[in-house]
Design a protein around this ligand. Structure first.
Ligand code: FE2
Length: 312
């Protein structure tokens, strides 16, 4: 019994994962994204499972991004701050604090696997609650990704997953942890080559692997879900790009095949695996400077606090 996708056609079986698809979904029917459910989830979510962030509302300059904290507020007060302010809240690990979110994630992937015939693994869900007009800058995600709009509307710009939009060397650096995913260079003329979608509640988007994208909220509170997953082909592409990143840094090679089928693919996968297993790749250390606290009474939804460092 398929309940998640509301307008999936047989031809989507072949499109999904390879091309951009925009499909109807029933996530809102779960009741898990109404204010009361979200307020409850916010109250259950401990420090290590959320990020709350802001960016200069005038310049939208990614370098103005700041990280904050939630302290002594009810879930309703946090929602009020997001609704009236300029912040966004990422809730990870929702299944750990309410198993109904885990059941929904399982349902999504069970249906996707049945429809596409592709096995997925390492599925994750993030719930994103964001203020009116908030933006997410140009970036590329490493795993397979989908974006589900549940409340509010956002404009999504999707770009081809090839140079010059995604130079292989830049993707390799992101995969090797040498660069942040938002470090990709963006040029305004890229928009002439973008697919631009006003994503309404009840619609979801899936795009080709690693395709760069950016997002601009309409003037309303947005509640969205992102899911990520891996498949064997995605893992092989990751391995080849990982090895190419190493080969490029060792040999200075300019052109390296991204094919997962060529004669060099298997040695590359072996190199990537050996390197990863040996722990030779220094893991990027995540440390966050926390310098604001969410406050529903402040005009932007937060107040400045004395900065402190938080490890992850
Ligand atoms: Fe993304």
């Amino acid at each position: 019994m398929h309940k998640i996708f509301t307008d999936w056609q047989p031809y989507h079986n072949d499109l999904f994962g390879e091309h951009t698809v925009n499909l109807g979904h029933s996530l809102a029917d779960s009741g898990l994204f109404q204010d009361d459910a979200l307020a409850d989830l916010i109250e259950r979510t401990p420090r290590q499972s959320y990020h709350v962030s802001t960016m200069d509302p005038e310049s939208h300059d990614p370098r103005s991004r700041r990280e904050g904290m939630i302290d002594g507020l009810s879930g309703d007060q946090v929602l009020q701050a997001i609704r009236n302010g300029h912040i966004w809240l990422n809730l990870r690990d929702a299944a750990d604090y309410n198993p109904a979110y885990g059941a929904l994630l399982e349902e999504i992937y069970r249906e996707l696997e049945e429809r596409t015939g592709t096995k997925t693994f390492k599925q994750k869900m993030t719930i994103l609650i964001s203020s009116p007009n908030v933006r997410v800058g140009y970036h590329s995600d490493v795993p397979g990704q989908t974006l589900w709009q549940v409340r509010g509307t956002k404009k999504v710009y999707l770009y081809p997953n090839k140079a010059p939009f995604l130079p292989p060397a830049d993707l390799e650096k992101i995969i090797l942890g040498q660069a942040h995913e938002v470090s990709l260079k963006f040029e305004p003329w890229f928009d002439d080559h973008a697919q631009i979608v006003d994503l309404e509640p009840g619609r979801m988007l899936s795009w080709p692997h690693n395709a760069p994208h950016r997002v601009v909220n309409h003037d309303c509170l947005n509640v969205s879900v992102t899911t990520e997953h891996w498949t064997s082909p995605l893992r092989n592409a990751y391995g080849v790009n990982y090895a190419n990143g190493l080969l490029r840094s060792w040999t200075g090679a300019k052109t390296l095949s991204q094919s997962t089928q060529s004669a060099t693919a298997y040695p590359k996968l072996a190199v990537a695996l050996a390197h990863k297993m040996a722990g030779l790749q220094k893991l990027r250390r995540h440390r966050f400077n926390i310098d604001f606290a969410v406050d529903p009474n402040a005009p932007l939804g937060f107040v400045d606090i004395p900065p402190f460092e938080l490890g992850k």
